[in-house]
Design a protein around this ligand. Structure first.
Ligand SMILES: [Zn+2]
Length: 410
Protein backbone atom coordinates (compact mmCIF):
# COMPACT_ATOMS: atom_id res chain seq x y z
CA UNK A 1 0.00 0.00 0.00
CA UNK A 2 1.56 3.28 -1.06
CA UNK A 3 0.93 5.83 1.59
CA UNK A 4 2.08 9.29 2.36
CA UNK A 5 1.98 9.18 6.11
CA UNK A 6 1.22 12.25 8.12
CA UNK A 7 2.74 12.25 11.56
CA UNK A 8 2.28 14.66 14.37
CA UNK A 9 5.20 17.03 14.77
CA UNK A 10 4.08 18.13 18.19
CA UNK A 11 4.10 14.71 19.86
CA UNK A 12 6.10 14.43 23.02
CA UNK A 13 6.70 18.14 23.36
CA UNK A 14 9.38 18.49 26.01
CA UNK A 15 9.44 21.03 28.81
CA UNK A 16 10.07 24.36 27.23
CA UNK A 17 12.77 26.76 28.26
CA UNK A 18 15.69 24.39 28.95
CA UNK A 19 18.62 23.82 26.58
CA UNK A 20 17.93 20.10 26.71
CA UNK A 21 14.28 20.72 25.93
CA UNK A 22 15.22 22.80 22.91
CA UNK A 23 17.59 20.10 21.66
CA UNK A 24 14.99 17.35 22.04
CA UNK A 25 12.44 19.49 20.23
CA UNK A 26 14.87 20.16 17.36
CA UNK A 27 15.72 16.46 17.03
CA UNK A 28 12.02 15.72 16.93
CA UNK A 29 11.50 18.36 14.26
CA UNK A 30 14.22 16.83 12.06
CA UNK A 31 12.88 13.31 12.53
CA UNK A 32 9.25 14.18 11.86
CA UNK A 33 10.32 16.12 8.75
CA UNK A 34 12.02 12.99 7.40
CA UNK A 35 9.07 10.80 8.44
CA UNK A 36 6.66 13.16 6.64
CA UNK A 37 8.64 14.15 3.57
CA UNK A 38 11.08 11.27 3.06
CA UNK A 39 14.87 11.40 2.64
CA UNK A 40 16.32 14.91 2.41
CA UNK A 41 19.72 16.54 2.17
CA UNK A 42 20.98 18.43 5.20
CA UNK A 43 20.41 21.72 3.32
CA UNK A 44 16.81 20.73 2.55
CA UNK A 45 16.30 19.82 6.21
CA UNK A 46 17.64 23.23 7.23
CA UNK A 47 15.19 24.92 4.85
CA UNK A 48 12.22 22.76 5.96
CA UNK A 49 12.85 23.13 9.67
CA UNK A 50 14.22 26.67 9.79
CA UNK A 51 17.23 25.41 11.79
CA UNK A 52 20.80 26.42 10.94
CA UNK A 53 23.10 24.16 8.86
CA UNK A 54 25.35 23.71 11.89
CA UNK A 55 22.46 22.64 14.14
CA UNK A 56 21.19 20.20 11.50
CA UNK A 57 24.66 18.71 11.04
CA UNK A 58 25.06 18.15 14.77
CA UNK A 59 21.55 16.69 15.18
CA UNK A 60 22.07 14.32 12.24
CA UNK A 61 25.32 13.06 13.84
CA UNK A 62 23.38 12.24 17.01
CA UNK A 63 20.59 10.49 15.09
CA UNK A 64 23.17 8.42 13.16
CA UNK A 65 24.82 7.40 16.44
CA UNK A 66 21.41 6.36 17.76
CA UNK A 67 20.86 4.20 14.62
CA UNK A 68 17.73 6.16 13.76
CA UNK A 69 18.91 7.65 10.45
CA UNK A 70 21.69 6.95 7.95
CA UNK A 71 23.57 9.31 5.65
CA UNK A 72 24.85 9.01 2.11
CA UNK A 73 27.12 11.33 0.08
CA UNK A 74 25.22 12.55 -3.01
CA UNK A 75 25.41 15.37 -5.56
CA UNK A 76 22.54 17.85 -5.39
CA UNK A 77 22.29 20.87 -7.74
CA UNK A 78 25.88 20.24 -8.81
CA UNK A 79 27.21 20.30 -5.23
CA UNK A 80 28.26 17.61 -2.84
CA UNK A 81 25.56 17.02 -0.24
CA UNK A 82 24.63 14.64 2.57
CA UNK A 83 21.36 12.77 2.09
CA UNK A 84 19.68 11.82 5.36
CA UNK A 85 17.17 8.95 5.40
CA UNK A 86 15.49 6.81 8.00
CA UNK A 87 17.42 3.69 8.87
CA UNK A 88 14.10 2.05 8.36
CA UNK A 89 14.91 -1.62 8.24
CA UNK A 90 17.21 -1.69 11.25
CA UNK A 91 14.43 -0.74 13.62
CA UNK A 92 10.82 -1.75 13.48
CA UNK A 93 7.45 -1.32 15.14
CA UNK A 94 4.83 -3.94 15.95
CA UNK A 95 1.05 -3.80 15.63
CA UNK A 96 -1.27 -6.34 17.25
CA UNK A 97 -5.02 -6.39 16.64
CA UNK A 98 -7.06 -8.57 18.99
CA UNK A 99 -10.73 -9.10 18.21
CA UNK A 100 -13.52 -11.21 19.61
CA UNK A 101 -12.70 -13.92 17.07
CA UNK A 102 -9.38 -12.92 15.50
CA UNK A 103 -5.75 -12.12 16.19
CA UNK A 104 -3.48 -10.23 13.78
CA UNK A 105 0.19 -9.54 14.46
CA UNK A 106 2.34 -7.49 12.08
CA UNK A 107 5.74 -5.88 11.88
CA UNK A 108 6.42 -2.64 9.99
CA UNK A 109 9.49 -0.58 9.15
CA UNK A 110 9.62 3.13 9.93
CA UNK A 111 8.45 3.96 6.41
CA UNK A 112 5.06 2.49 7.33
CA UNK A 113 5.74 -0.58 5.13
CA UNK A 114 4.48 -3.99 6.16
CA UNK A 115 7.35 -6.44 6.79
CA UNK A 116 5.30 -9.47 7.80
CA UNK A 117 2.00 -10.47 9.35
CA UNK A 118 0.20 -13.44 10.86
CA UNK A 119 -3.56 -13.87 11.13
CA UNK A 120 -5.49 -16.32 13.30
CA UNK A 121 -9.15 -17.08 13.85
CA UNK A 122 -9.94 -17.40 17.57
CA UNK A 123 -12.69 -19.24 19.39
CA UNK A 124 -15.40 -17.12 21.00
CA UNK A 125 -14.50 -16.51 24.64
CA UNK A 126 -10.75 -16.93 24.06
CA UNK A 127 -8.64 -16.31 27.14
CA UNK A 128 -6.22 -13.42 27.42
CA UNK A 129 -3.36 -15.67 28.46
CA UNK A 130 -3.69 -17.99 25.45
CA UNK A 131 -4.27 -15.16 22.97
CA UNK A 132 -1.40 -12.99 24.17
CA UNK A 133 0.90 -16.04 24.34
CA UNK A 134 -0.03 -16.79 20.72
CA UNK A 135 0.68 -13.15 19.82
CA UNK A 136 4.12 -13.52 21.44
CA UNK A 137 4.85 -16.70 19.43
CA UNK A 138 3.73 -14.98 16.21
CA UNK A 139 6.01 -12.06 16.94
CA UNK A 140 8.97 -14.38 17.54
CA UNK A 141 8.34 -16.08 14.18
CA UNK A 142 7.97 -12.75 12.34
CA UNK A 143 11.24 -11.51 13.86
CA UNK A 144 13.04 -14.71 12.85
CA UNK A 145 11.87 -14.33 9.25
CA UNK A 146 12.84 -10.65 9.01
CA UNK A 147 16.13 -11.17 10.86
CA UNK A 148 15.41 -8.78 13.75
CA UNK A 149 15.70 -9.34 17.46
CA UNK A 150 13.44 -7.78 20.07
CA UNK A 151 15.95 -4.98 20.68
CA UNK A 152 15.07 -3.70 17.19
CA UNK A 153 11.46 -3.03 18.26
CA UNK A 154 10.98 0.69 18.86
CA UNK A 155 7.39 0.39 19.95
CA UNK A 156 4.51 -2.06 20.04
CA UNK A 157 0.80 -1.18 20.02
CA UNK A 158 -1.89 -3.70 20.97
CA UNK A 159 -5.43 -2.83 19.88
CA UNK A 160 -8.39 -4.44 21.63
CA UNK A 161 -12.14 -4.04 21.04
CA UNK A 162 -12.93 -2.76 24.51
CA UNK A 163 -12.59 0.33 26.61
CA UNK A 164 -9.57 0.29 28.87
CA UNK A 165 -9.75 1.81 32.33
CA UNK A 166 -6.85 4.25 32.23
CA UNK A 167 -6.21 3.91 35.98
CA UNK A 168 -6.00 0.13 36.29
CA UNK A 169 -5.05 -0.59 32.61
CA UNK A 170 -7.75 -3.23 32.71
CA UNK A 171 -10.75 -4.03 30.51
CA UNK A 172 -13.99 -2.68 31.93
CA UNK A 173 -16.75 -5.07 32.89
CA UNK A 174 -19.59 -5.65 30.44
CA UNK A 175 -17.47 -5.66 27.30
CA UNK A 176 -17.35 -8.03 24.31
CA UNK A 177 -14.38 -9.76 25.99
CA UNK A 178 -15.94 -10.51 29.41
CA UNK A 179 -13.22 -12.96 30.45
CA UNK A 180 -10.59 -10.24 29.97
CA UNK A 181 -12.19 -7.87 32.50
CA UNK A 182 -10.20 -6.76 35.51
CA UNK A 183 -6.76 -7.87 34.25
CA UNK A 184 -3.75 -5.52 33.99
CA UNK A 185 -3.45 -6.08 30.26
CA UNK A 186 -0.34 -4.03 29.73
CA UNK A 187 1.62 -6.15 32.18
CA UNK A 188 0.37 -9.43 30.69
CA UNK A 189 0.94 -8.19 27.10
CA UNK A 190 4.51 -7.14 27.89
CA UNK A 191 5.22 -10.51 29.54
CA UNK A 192 4.10 -12.43 26.47
CA UNK A 193 5.33 -10.08 23.74
CA UNK A 194 8.67 -9.41 25.44
CA UNK A 195 8.63 -5.69 24.64
CA UNK A 196 7.04 -2.53 26.08
CA UNK A 197 3.43 -2.27 24.98
CA UNK A 198 0.96 0.57 24.48
CA UNK A 199 -2.68 -0.55 24.68
CA UNK A 200 -5.28 1.19 22.59
CA UNK A 201 -8.95 0.79 21.83
CA UNK A 202 -9.33 -0.66 18.34
CA UNK A 203 -11.83 1.93 17.06
CA UNK A 204 -9.39 4.68 18.06
CA UNK A 205 -6.77 2.91 15.94
CA UNK A 206 -9.21 2.68 13.02
CA UNK A 207 -9.80 6.43 13.26
CA UNK A 208 -6.06 7.11 13.36
CA UNK A 209 -5.45 4.88 10.31
CA UNK A 210 -7.92 6.92 8.26
CA UNK A 211 -6.52 10.20 9.52
CA UNK A 212 -2.91 9.23 8.71
CA UNK A 213 -3.31 7.21 5.51
CA UNK A 214 -6.61 8.08 3.86
CA UNK A 215 -8.49 11.24 4.88
CA UNK A 216 -5.32 13.19 5.47
CA UNK A 217 -7.07 16.53 4.97
CA UNK A 218 -9.75 15.78 7.58
CA UNK A 219 -8.95 17.42 10.90
CA UNK A 220 -11.85 15.81 12.73
CA UNK A 221 -12.86 12.28 11.87
CA UNK A 222 -15.03 9.60 13.44
CA UNK A 223 -14.50 5.91 12.73
CA UNK A 224 -17.36 3.56 13.55
CA UNK A 225 -16.35 -0.06 13.87
CA UNK A 226 -19.29 -2.35 13.27
CA UNK A 227 -18.32 -5.82 14.39
CA UNK A 228 -19.48 -8.10 17.24
CA UNK A 229 -19.68 -4.84 19.16
CA UNK A 230 -19.99 -1.28 17.88
CA UNK A 231 -17.46 1.33 18.93
CA UNK A 232 -16.42 4.78 17.78
CA UNK A 233 -12.95 6.25 17.56
CA UNK A 234 -12.48 9.98 17.25
CA UNK A 235 -9.55 11.92 15.84
CA UNK A 236 -9.63 15.60 16.72
CA UNK A 237 -7.14 17.97 15.13
CA UNK A 238 -5.16 14.95 13.95
CA UNK A 239 -4.94 13.30 17.38
CA UNK A 240 -6.85 10.46 18.98
CA UNK A 241 -9.39 11.85 21.42
CA UNK A 242 -9.35 10.09 24.77
CA UNK A 243 -11.50 10.87 27.74
CA UNK A 244 -9.92 10.99 31.19
CA UNK A 245 -11.36 7.59 32.08
CA UNK A 246 -10.66 6.01 28.66
CA UNK A 247 -14.34 5.10 28.30
CA UNK A 248 -15.23 7.33 25.35
CA UNK A 249 -16.69 6.06 22.06
CA UNK A 250 -19.19 3.54 23.45
CA UNK A 251 -21.87 4.44 20.91
CA UNK A 252 -22.91 0.79 20.63
CA UNK A 253 -24.82 1.37 23.87
CA UNK A 254 -26.75 4.39 22.60
CA UNK A 255 -30.42 3.55 23.15
CA UNK A 256 -32.24 3.45 19.81
CA UNK A 257 -35.41 1.66 20.97
CA UNK A 258 -37.05 2.19 24.37
CA UNK A 259 -38.71 -1.23 24.20
CA UNK A 260 -35.91 -3.09 22.40
CA UNK A 261 -34.02 -6.21 23.44
CA UNK A 262 -32.03 -6.17 26.69
CA UNK A 263 -28.34 -5.70 25.91
CA UNK A 264 -25.49 -7.51 27.69
CA UNK A 265 -24.57 -4.12 29.21
CA UNK A 266 -27.82 -4.13 31.19
CA UNK A 267 -29.64 -1.44 29.22
CA UNK A 268 -32.45 -2.01 26.76
CA UNK A 269 -32.57 -1.29 23.02
CA UNK A 270 -28.87 -0.41 22.54
CA UNK A 271 -27.62 0.12 18.98
CA UNK A 272 -25.58 -3.11 19.34
CA UNK A 273 -28.77 -5.13 19.85
CA UNK A 274 -29.80 -4.37 16.27
CA UNK A 275 -26.77 -3.28 14.21
CA UNK A 276 -23.77 -5.30 15.49
CA UNK A 277 -22.72 -8.23 13.31
CA UNK A 278 -23.54 -10.48 16.27
CA UNK A 279 -27.15 -9.27 16.32
CA UNK A 280 -27.47 -9.22 12.54
CA UNK A 281 -26.21 -12.80 12.24
CA UNK A 282 -28.47 -13.97 15.09
CA UNK A 283 -31.53 -12.32 13.44
CA UNK A 284 -30.52 -13.82 10.10
CA UNK A 285 -30.32 -17.29 11.72
CA UNK A 286 -33.74 -16.89 13.35
CA UNK A 287 -35.24 -15.74 10.07
CA UNK A 288 -33.83 -18.71 8.15
CA UNK A 289 -34.30 -21.15 11.06
CA UNK A 290 -30.61 -21.90 10.65
CA UNK A 291 -28.93 -22.88 13.94
CA UNK A 292 -25.47 -22.00 12.60
CA UNK A 293 -25.78 -18.75 10.67
CA UNK A 294 -22.61 -16.99 9.52
CA UNK A 295 -21.71 -13.44 8.61
CA UNK A 296 -20.43 -14.57 5.20
CA UNK A 297 -23.82 -16.25 4.57
CA UNK A 298 -25.61 -13.03 5.45
CA UNK A 299 -23.34 -10.94 3.21
CA UNK A 300 -23.89 -13.38 0.32
CA UNK A 301 -27.67 -12.90 0.61
CA UNK A 302 -27.25 -9.11 0.73
CA UNK A 303 -25.26 -9.40 -2.51
CA UNK A 304 -28.05 -11.56 -3.96
CA UNK A 305 -30.48 -8.74 -2.98
CA UNK A 306 -32.68 -11.00 -0.86
CA UNK A 307 -35.47 -8.65 0.29
CA UNK A 308 -35.76 -10.06 3.84
CA UNK A 309 -32.03 -9.83 4.48
CA UNK A 310 -31.95 -6.33 2.96
CA UNK A 311 -34.69 -5.38 5.44
CA UNK A 312 -32.45 -6.49 8.32
CA UNK A 313 -29.65 -4.30 6.98
CA UNK A 314 -32.06 -1.43 6.35
CA UNK A 315 -33.38 -1.50 9.93
CA UNK A 316 -29.85 -1.73 11.33
CA UNK A 317 -28.80 1.19 9.11
CA UNK A 318 -31.78 3.28 10.26
CA UNK A 319 -30.79 2.71 13.91
CA UNK A 320 -27.19 3.52 13.09
CA UNK A 321 -28.25 6.70 11.26
CA UNK A 322 -30.22 7.85 14.31
CA UNK A 323 -27.05 7.51 16.36
CA UNK A 324 -24.88 9.17 13.71
CA UNK A 325 -27.27 12.14 13.56
CA UNK A 326 -26.69 12.78 17.28
CA UNK A 327 -22.96 12.30 16.80
CA UNK A 328 -22.88 14.67 13.80
CA UNK A 329 -24.93 17.35 15.59
CA UNK A 330 -22.62 17.11 18.60
CA UNK A 331 -19.24 16.99 16.85
CA UNK A 332 -19.82 18.05 13.21
CA UNK A 333 -16.87 15.90 12.05
CA UNK A 334 -15.44 16.27 8.53
CA UNK A 335 -15.75 12.54 7.92
CA UNK A 336 -17.63 9.61 9.44
CA UNK A 337 -16.15 6.28 8.27
CA UNK A 338 -17.86 2.92 8.69
CA UNK A 339 -15.50 -0.04 9.07
CA UNK A 340 -15.48 -3.62 10.28
CA UNK A 341 -16.07 -7.07 8.78
CA UNK A 342 -19.38 -6.38 6.98
CA UNK A 343 -17.66 -6.40 3.59
CA UNK A 344 -19.88 -5.51 0.67
CA UNK A 345 -22.93 -5.23 2.98
CA UNK A 346 -21.40 -2.10 4.57
CA UNK A 347 -22.41 0.04 1.57
CA UNK A 348 -26.11 -0.90 2.02
CA UNK A 349 -25.90 -0.30 5.77
CA UNK A 350 -24.31 3.09 5.21
CA UNK A 351 -26.93 4.09 2.65
CA UNK A 352 -29.75 3.33 5.11
CA UNK A 353 -27.84 5.18 7.84
CA UNK A 354 -27.33 8.17 5.58
CA UNK A 355 -31.09 8.38 4.85
CA UNK A 356 -31.90 8.29 8.59
CA UNK A 357 -29.15 10.77 9.45
CA UNK A 358 -30.45 13.07 6.70
CA UNK A 359 -33.86 13.10 8.39
CA UNK A 360 -32.55 13.65 11.89
CA UNK A 361 -29.33 15.68 11.77
CA UNK A 362 -29.20 19.43 11.34
CA UNK A 363 -29.15 19.90 7.53
CA UNK A 364 -26.05 22.11 7.55
CA UNK A 365 -24.17 19.60 9.74
CA UNK A 366 -25.20 16.60 7.66
CA UNK A 367 -24.22 18.42 4.46
CA UNK A 368 -20.74 19.22 5.75
CA UNK A 369 -20.00 15.65 6.92
CA UNK A 370 -18.71 13.09 4.43
CA UNK A 371 -20.13 9.61 5.19
CA UNK A 372 -18.10 6.76 3.72
CA UNK A 373 -17.16 3.09 3.99
CA UNK A 374 -13.59 2.30 5.02
CA UNK A 375 -11.29 1.14 2.23
CA UNK A 376 -9.16 -0.83 4.71
CA UNK A 377 -11.63 -3.74 4.90
CA UNK A 378 -10.57 -5.62 8.05
CA UNK A 379 -7.20 -3.94 8.46
CA UNK A 380 -7.93 -0.38 9.65
CA UNK A 381 -7.07 -1.33 13.25
CA UNK A 382 -3.78 -2.98 12.26
CA UNK A 383 -2.72 0.03 10.17
CA UNK A 384 -3.79 2.31 13.00
CA UNK A 385 -1.54 0.29 15.32
CA UNK A 386 1.32 0.83 12.85
CA UNK A 387 0.64 4.58 12.68
CA UNK A 388 0.46 4.97 16.45
CA UNK A 389 3.54 2.79 17.01
CA UNK A 390 5.53 4.95 14.60
CA UNK A 391 4.32 8.12 16.30
CA UNK A 392 5.49 6.68 19.62
CA UNK A 393 8.75 5.48 18.04
CA UNK A 394 9.35 8.98 16.72
CA UNK A 395 9.26 10.24 20.26
CA UNK A 396 11.27 7.38 21.79
CA UNK A 397 13.93 7.73 19.10
CA UNK A 398 14.71 11.12 20.53
CA UNK A 399 16.85 9.57 23.23
CA UNK A 400 14.45 9.58 26.12
CA UNK A 401 12.43 12.69 25.51
CA UNK A 402 9.31 12.67 27.65
CA UNK A 403 6.37 10.82 26.15
CA UNK A 404 3.23 12.80 25.63
CA UNK A 405 0.35 11.68 27.81
CA UNK A 406 -1.77 11.92 24.68
CA UNK A 407 -0.09 8.92 23.11
CA UNK A 408 0.43 6.56 26.02
CA UNK A 409 -2.28 5.53 28.41
CA UNK A 410 -1.00 5.93 31.93
ZN1 LIG B 1 -25.82 -2.00 25.68
Amino acid sequence: MAQRPKTEPSLGTPRSGSQQGLRVRNRQLVLTTILNEGAATQSELARSTGLSQGTISSLVKELVADRVVETEAVVSSGRRATLVSLKSDAQIVVGVDVGRTHLRVATFNLRHELLGRKDFALELGHSYTQTLALAGECLTELLEVSGHDRAAILSCVVGIPVSIDTYSMSVIQGSVLPTWAGVDLREVSEQHLGTPVTLENDANLGALAHSVYDDTEAKNLVYIKIASGIGAGLVQDGRIYRSTSGLSGEIGHFQVFDAGTVCYCGNRGCLETIASTRSLVADFGRMRMNPEPTLSGLVAEVEARDPAVLRLIDDAGAALGKTLAVLANLLAPDVIVIGGPLGSAAADLLEAARVAAHRQALPAVEASTNFKVSRFKNDAELWGACALAIQIAGVRALGGGPLSSSITIK
